[in-house]
Design a protein around this ligand. Sequence first.
Ligand SMILES: [Fe+2]
Length: 208
Amino acid sequence: MPHEPNDALRTRIKEELPEVEAIADAALRQGVIEAWVLALSRSSFRSIREIPPSGNPGSMTLIRGDQTDHIRGVTRLAMRMAQEMAASNPDMAIDQDVVVAGGLCHDVGKPWEFDPENRRRWEAAPRANGLPSIRHPAYGVHLCLSAGLPESVAHIAGAHSGEGELLVRSLECTIVHLADIGYWTMALAGGLIRPETVSSKYRRPLVM
Ligand SMILES: [Fe+2]
């Protein structure tokens, strides 16, 4: 059920995603908050912490923690990879602000894809409505552009996952994509994922 965007929601998002303070550009910082305000206020979730801690609905679910642990973890991994590559390769032009904003917004479409009301509608009639109708990367592009974020950040929301295999990812999108894959792969190796939710692409190939 959608709800009114207000300052309490803005404050909660800033508390839930403190890495937003690492963005130097004030307009970009504000855009990240507004994208999440739109995402939550148009969903049944009042907080990012209420979103189940999964990669996709029902798959790759963390044993402990919540969705902020994933989003913040991916953002910090991406920031560290970007800083290392920039420090050791001065010719590599990495926009650190776009890496942070992209990390924080890469899953901004999840409130839509994970919303229990949407899931009930889609699961009741997949051939009428789609299942899901729109995945979180595509819906994330809609939110980023609606919030006034630049194309570079919307591109990361849209192409961080499998959709990015259909195009050429930007440097910053490549970094966030690798941080996202790295997060789930390391979480699985470290015993942080509920075994019954491990998706097939992370399972060991069968020896025939
Ligand atoms: Fe993610």
